[in-house]
Design a protein around this ligand. Structure first.
Ligand code: ATP
Length: 374
């Protein structure tokens, strides 16, 4: 489901940019600080409502403006859809899909799934559990989004209700039991969905490793799912432990459940972050992100994400760049790839095949399309 057109207004240094990408490879070239990553970030924001670099809106809005606006047209099997996102410095914002206001940004992700593969993928190993939960939940959401997008919403509501119940003195025992039951139901479903997804992810990851060949430690990497409570207990038992109940009374926060889950990345029984170099973490992180795309490609080709390859070419050796680009080409997805200079790309004959390609040059936030020449 490619993006056919995107308009960017007042997003970082991109004052007014409008372009029509191809379904294949869109190469974004430009010198440091020209606006390449900002362009990828704008595409990412249109498909998620968020940035992959910052959590706040302020750094995204052009210094002289009070809001940014993004507009895109997406081609899907069921026809063309328009997506609009506005975010203002004062905290207001809106999502508009096919001319109607949407209630959540997750509706953008249903129409425009995006996978960002970038230099910070080492954070899957070094970062906190939230990053790894976001990673696995991206897969759980997209692999069966009809069912699972509703499940995520229900879980969010259940935990909010349970937490406000913990803080309220007025609430009756019956009400508390009802919220507990709903929380346990959603938590169990989310836990099952994550475990099932992880099995599929690891199968796809092993396939990719075989293809990439001798990537250090790739085959030894094991990922274990920690559900967010002591695995010797059921979630209900974990919540009913005296220590846990006491902490819940004090903090008003649910002490166990999928919101505390993590992925333990292990090599030969040792935490992977204690063994891998930063560069090795990046490569394995990229492979895991590609494996997520492979899971979707195996399931339903019409749900393939747009793939953002941010600055990867400069950091990998030519053999790995070739493998990466060939793997990505075989997905037949739409790709946006940033590079300082096209000379950094390996010769087209090694990776492009029949895929379409367009070259965009960015200079001080201005975008121009140029003929692609090796
Ligand atoms: N809110 C903002 N308003 C205006 N300009 C901004 C804003 N935020 C960042 N910038 C500037 O936008 C420019 C583009 O940054 P970007 O990260 O997109 O560059 P890049 O082309 O990816 O560079 P590099 O190759 O160094 O990664 C930078 O000069 C940055 O300082």
């Amino acid at each position: 489901m490619p993006l056919k057109r995107i308009d960017i207004h007042n997003f970082r240094n991109l004052t007014r940019v409008s372009f029509r990408p191809v379904h294949g490879f869109n190469i974004i070239v430009g010198c440091n600080g020209s606006g390449k990553s900002s362009l990828l970030e704008a595409v990412y924001a249109l498909g998620s409502g968020k940035s992959f670099r910052v959590t706040q809106v302020k750094p995204l809005v052009q210094f002289t403006a009070d809001r940014f606006l993004l507009y895109g047209e997406v081609q899907r099997k069921d026809g063309q859809h328009s997506l609009g996102l506005e975010k203002r410095l004062n905290g207001e914002g809106s999502v508009v899909i096919d001319g109607s206001r949407a209630t959540t940004t997750s509706e953008l992700a249903l129409l425009l799934p995006i996978q960002h593969v970038g230099l910070d993928d080492f954070q899957l190993f070094e970062g906190g559990p939230r990053i790894r939960r976001r990673f696995i939940d991206w897969g759980v959401f997209h692999v069966e989004h009809g069912k699972n997008s509703a499940l995520f919403r229900r879980f969010e509501r259940a935990i909010k209700q349970r937490n406000s119940g913990l803080r309220s003195v007025k609430i009756s025992g019956g009400e508390r039991d009802a919220w507990d039951s709903e929380f346990l139901r959603c938590a169990t479903s989310l836990d099952d969905a994550r475990q099932a997804y992880l099995d599929r992810l690891m199968a796809a990851y092993r396939d990719l490793c075989a293809r990439f060949g001798d990537v250090p430690y790739a085959n030894q990497l094991m990922i274990h799912y920690s559900p967010g409570w002591d695995q010797k207990l059921t979630l209900k038992e974990a919540l009913q432990r005296p220590g846990s109940m006491e902490r819940e009374r004090k903090t008003g926060i649910t002490q166990a459940g999928p919101h505390r889950a993590d992925l333990r990345m292990v090599i030969e029984g040792i935490p992977a972050r204690d063994i891998l170099s930063r560069g090795q973490m990046k490569v394995l992180g990229h492979l895991l992100k590609l494996a997520q795309i492979r899971v979707l490609a195996n399931q339903h080709n019409d749900q393939l994400p747009v793939i953002l390859l941010d600055d990867l070419v400069a950091e990998l050796d030519e053999r790995n760049v070739n493998k990466l680009l060939n793997t990505v080409r075989e997905f037949s997805a739409q790709v946006f790839l940033t590079v300082l200079d096209t000379k950094q790309l390996p010769s087209q004959q090694h990776w492009l095949g029949e895929a379409e390609i367009k070259l965009f040059h960015v200079e001080q936030g201005q975008l121009t399309e140029q003929p692609f020449q090796e």
